[in-house]
Design a protein around this ligand. Structure first.
Ligand code: G3P
Length: 226
């Protein structure tokens, strides 16, 4: 996983649905390439195949899914298989987001399967404790997000800086090659700068970008601090 990295999770926000998704993805791609900083955007599942054709990967830009299921391809109605994402031009996914928890055993199985088929994963953890358990499975990337700060507009790096420093220290002790991101409430360029100062290799954010009146300006400012 290339660093430093900024990940934009579009969730199921109405501001990032159907016709409103394109401008947000286009801005992310253009700004990433202009500033030569790595950006990943995670739109909703029904939009992935269309968007991956419209905005193919480039040196600093990729589209990931928000979730992938533990199953492989087969008789698994309603599931999202890693292989199907790859066949539709989606090279990676978030996993175990605090709004889509799957349990530690499924996290382990999904990491193993993704490694086998070549799907990259950003695995979310809601605490340093969970991050340590996940680090034992050596995923390419872990994003630590305290759930109580998600969507609140107050950044983990300013309110709970110790979570950032502990996460980096503990994850790297167990899995030195795992990239460590932090998220929850990351809303400004200063939040990005602070997260980097505390040792994170990037950030994961959603509402500040999706709901911004000027997402291009916000992302430009954030990438300058990344
Ligand atoms: O996946 C990112 C997320 O959970 C953080 O949300 O809105 O606080 O940036 P937000």
């Amino acid at each position: 996983m290339d660093t430093p990295l900024l990940v934009l999770n579009l969730k199921t926000y109405p501001e990032a649905t159907a016709g409103k998704t394109e401008p947000l993805v286009r801005i992310a791609k253009e700004v990433a390439e202009k500033h030569k900083k790595h950006v990943i955007v995670c739109p909703q599942a029904p939009e992935l195949a269309r968007l991956s054709k419209q905005f193919p990967p480039s040196p600093h830009f990729r589209i990931f899914a928000q979730h992938v299921d533990v199953v492989s391809q087969g008789a698994f109605t309603g599931s999202v298989a890693a292989e199907t994402l790859l066949e539709n031009g989606i090279p990676g996914s978030l996993l175990n987001h605090s709004e889509k928890k799957i349990g530690l055993e499924n996290v382990r199985k999904t990491i193993e399967h993704a490694r086998k088929v070549g799907l990259e994963l950003i695995v979310c953890a809601d605490s340093v404790e969970e991050a340590k358990q996940i680090a034992a499975f050596h995923p390419p990337c872990i994003a630590v997000e305290p759930p109580e700060l998600i969507g609140k507009g107050v950044s983990v790096s300013t309110t709970k800086p110790e979570i950032v420093t502990h996460s980096v220290k503990e994850i790297k002790k167990i899995s030195p090659r795992t990239v460590v991101l932090v998220g929850a409430g990351v809303s400004t360029a200063e939040d990005v700068a602070k997260s980097r100062e505390l040792g994170a290799e990037g950030v994961l954010l959603a509402s500040a970008y999706v709901k911004s009146r000027d997402p291009k300006k916000l992302l430009e400012e954030m990438l300058l601090q990344l």
